[in-house]
Design a protein around this ligand. Structure first.
Ligand code: MG
Length: 273
């Protein structure tokens, strides 16, 4: 897909996320929207994976460490063809496999996530295992900034650089907010780029809501060491009444806001497309 096509797809994904959350009356919409451009770039451009053969041993792997952003994950998987888009209407209903945090019962999902702070460690193990098996697939993991307070991340950072895992790329959704407020008030993270570099990671900082920058970073060469992309994003991106407001970490719009948000996203689609 071209950059313009990816932008159009990201706008479509945002509309789908809004519909999922509004219909189910549940969902982590703020972090879905901050990550929508990154997720779209991964699933519609970067990941070498075939929805018709989701178990192909040579596929690229993806881990959603910030597992609560399940709605944007399901939207991408369905629109990419891993399961029928009509199933998105089942999200959150009793008996549905599309539950509030991702599980590997859903085609295309490698690993259950949602307990925070584990994704980077899992992805590090995957990347090491794939290298030992001589697989050419790469591993991508999307982390939240709030979960960087978990010590397991820093063990994984140390291990991945120690093993020189250049088949591993981590993306940090740096929206500066977590459920309880600003990350720097909850647990001071900065200077993050200096910390990742000190741990031996090839580290870049980008605007994580700029599709061109996202694709460029996700495809850059990083021979000999893992790559950390600090993607500066806006929580709630695309729906102005939700942007940069911590309480939209989890929230459901009422009908009036839903209609305003739908119109705003539709106008972005026309503008971007
Ligand atoms: Mg965050």
């Amino acid at each position: 897909m071209t950059i313009d096509e990816l932008k159009e797809k990201a706008a479509e994904i945002r509309e789908t996320v809004l519909d999922i959350v509004y219909r189910a009356k549940a969902g982590h919409i703020g972090g879905d929207l901050s990550a929508a451009d990154i997720m779209t770039a991964l699933f519609f451009s970067v990941l070498r994976a075939d929805p018709k053969h989701p178990e192909d041993p040579e596929r690229d792997r993806f881990v959603l460490s910030k597992g609560h952003a399940a709605e944007v994950y399901y939207a991408c998987l369905a629109k990419r063809g891993y399961f029928p888009e009509s199933e998105l209407a089942e999200y959150g209903r009793p008996g549905s496999r599309l539950i509030g945090h991702p599980t590997n019962k859903v085609p295309g999902i490698e690993i259950n996530t949602g307990a925070l702070g584990h994704g980077l460690s899992i992805a590090t193990g995957m990347a090491l295992g794939m290298r030992m098996q001589g697989r050419r697939g790469r591993v991508f993991v999307l982390c939240g900034d709030g979960e960087q307070a978990e010590g397991s991340n820093w063990e994984a950072l140390m291990a991945a650089s120690s093993y020189g895992l250049d088949n591993l790329t981590a993306i940090l959704d740096r929206n500066h907010l977590q459920i309880s407020g600003n990350t720097e008030d909850v647990m001071k993270l900065e200077p993050l780029a200096d910390k990742y570099r000190a741990f031996g990671w090839n580290t870049v900082e980008i605007d994580g809501n700029d599709m061109e920058a996202v694709v460029r970073a996700l495809t850059m060469e990083h021979e000999g060491s893992p790559l950390m992309i600090i993607a500066h994003t806006v929580k709630g991106k695309g729906i102005s009444e939700m942007e940069n407001i911590a309480s939209w970490h989890h929230g459901v719009p009422d009908e009036d806001l839903y209609l305003r948000a739908r119109a705003e996203l539709a106008s972005q689609r026309r503008k971007d497309g």
